[in-house]
Design a protein around this ligand. Sequence first.
Ligand SMILES: NC(=O)c1ccc[n+]([C@@H]2O[C@H](COP(=O)([O-])OP(=O)(O)OC[C@H]3O[C@@H](n4cnc5c(N)ncnc54)[C@H](O)[C@@H]3O)[C@@H](O)[C@H]2O)c1
Ligand SMILES: N[C@@H](CC=O)C(=O)O
Length: 501
Amino acid sequence: MSATNGHTSEGSRLKDPSLFNTKIVVGSRRLDSHSNKTFDVVYPGDGKTVIATIPECNAQDVNDAVASCRETFATFSQTTARQRSDMLRKLNDLTLANIDDLATLIVRENGKTRAEAVAEVKYASSFLAWFANMAEIGAQGETIAAANPNMRIHTMRQPIGVVACLLPWNLPLAMATRKIGPALAAGCTCIVKPAGETPLSTLAFAELVKRAGYPDGCVNVVTTLDNVAEVGKAICEHKHVRKVSLTGSTRVGKLIASQSAGTLKKLSMELGGNSPVIVMNDANLDKAIEGVLMAKLRTSGQTCVAANRILVQNGIHDKFLAALKEKIATYKQGDGEDDSVKLGPLITARAVEKCRAHVEDALSHGATLAYGPSPPPTPSSGGFFYPPTILTNLTSSMLISSEETFGPVVAIRRFETEEEALEIANDSDVGLGAYLFTTDLRIAARMTAKIETGMVGVNTGMLSACESPFGGVKESGFGREGSKWGMEEYQIIKAVTTDIS
Ligand SMILES: NC(=O)c1ccc[n+]([C@@H]2O[C@H](COP(=O)([O-])OP(=O)(O)OC[C@H]3O[C@@H](n4cnc5c(N)ncnc54)[C@H](O)[C@@H]3O)[C@@H](O)[C@H]2O)c1
Ligand SMILES: N[C@@H](CC=O)C(=O)O
């Protein structure tokens, strides 16, 4: 397929082809980059079809987008919380009205299955609905009892200013609304940079923002794949960007933090994880299998809270392994649009190579291949697929123990005691999600308190919900998204002291 802007054959997959946008968004304008360069977005399901050609932005595009955000902030920040609540509700209605098209764009740019893409749009919508409700509640200030009887003190919650939202490719739309939703609810304006692999759902969403009646400049979008270092630096060093919210890797999180230091920006860092799953002897086996597969295979293993180290107590280990093998064999891998498929491709050939390297490293350090092809396959020309694989006898010396695999590789390690499981689980520089399977409330109470992560699932493989605070500890970052705390990340608290004498 030739790479021309517009890609009519891709656009014609949509019920509303006008949602297929391939230009950046700066105020009312839909533009090419100042560089006049472009990059290709490739369908991961075959690894070669160019589904869109998108502007490769530079620092000048960032400056234009920030200037537009700043101009609009002057008026948008003065809207009432109720007005912002109403606008977000309208945006949510439009998102749900276009669920099929948004899901199609996610399937095509990310490769995940249609069922997963539809679930992602619903998850994305839940943040808009949640923050439509929070807009007024989260705008409330407080009255402070002053020590000086002649003083009255009250606080105001105000929008922090222009916000940069840096998005990952694994949940491109949900991570967009988890940031843009609270930012708009608070009265901020946003410069959004989607991952280069998945810009299409963000660009379509920006069109819905316009249709919802938001003033131009509330949500601007810049795109880049190969020039991300320049674009990222320009955003971080821009004095009029007051906040950066990143969902991405710990490596990039550290870079953004150092580049933002010169202007002392407020930061939210939703970074990588290395989630342990602890399956105790008394666990309900069906629930544990279901939970592990959910936590491991959602988006083909490419989530920050993906189960990476499965710790199984000796007494249940063999039964668990046998049941897991039986169940994982039912996961058909293939094209996301095929209804019988449960596992889509990975995002890039590099992601396939990482899975292979982790499996090979584990095998060379004594792991056993309990399920999956031998030898571990290399990236092929037929799409970015890595087959579901189970390894046993995981040890701390293997790469998979210290790094996210980000693919459908289940790595199992035996343990004997609760203390041993906690020690292995906490032996990590990161701490985002963890999972525990037990039917004993006393074990659950003891262990959830001692696990060093921001989130723990007990007898469930799902941690994500708009009403629950999402975020990590250690090098998984800081700040919380969603929940009643999510809007605070986009606000300042101003204290007003009045002399009434
Ligand atoms: N904690 C969370 O909520 C969460 C959610 C999803 C993904 N993640 C993590 O994200 C990682 C996978 O996503 P990824 O590969 O897209 O991560 P990544 O860090 O490579 O990219 C994340 C974003 O940062 C951008 N980026 C890359 N280099 C940059 C730079 N120099 N300046 C500015 N921006 C830059 C990318 O273009 C992308 O938009 C995993 O580590 C995963 O665990 C975390
Ligand atoms: N998983 C997130 C994001 C991590 O990839 C979520 O579930 O919200």
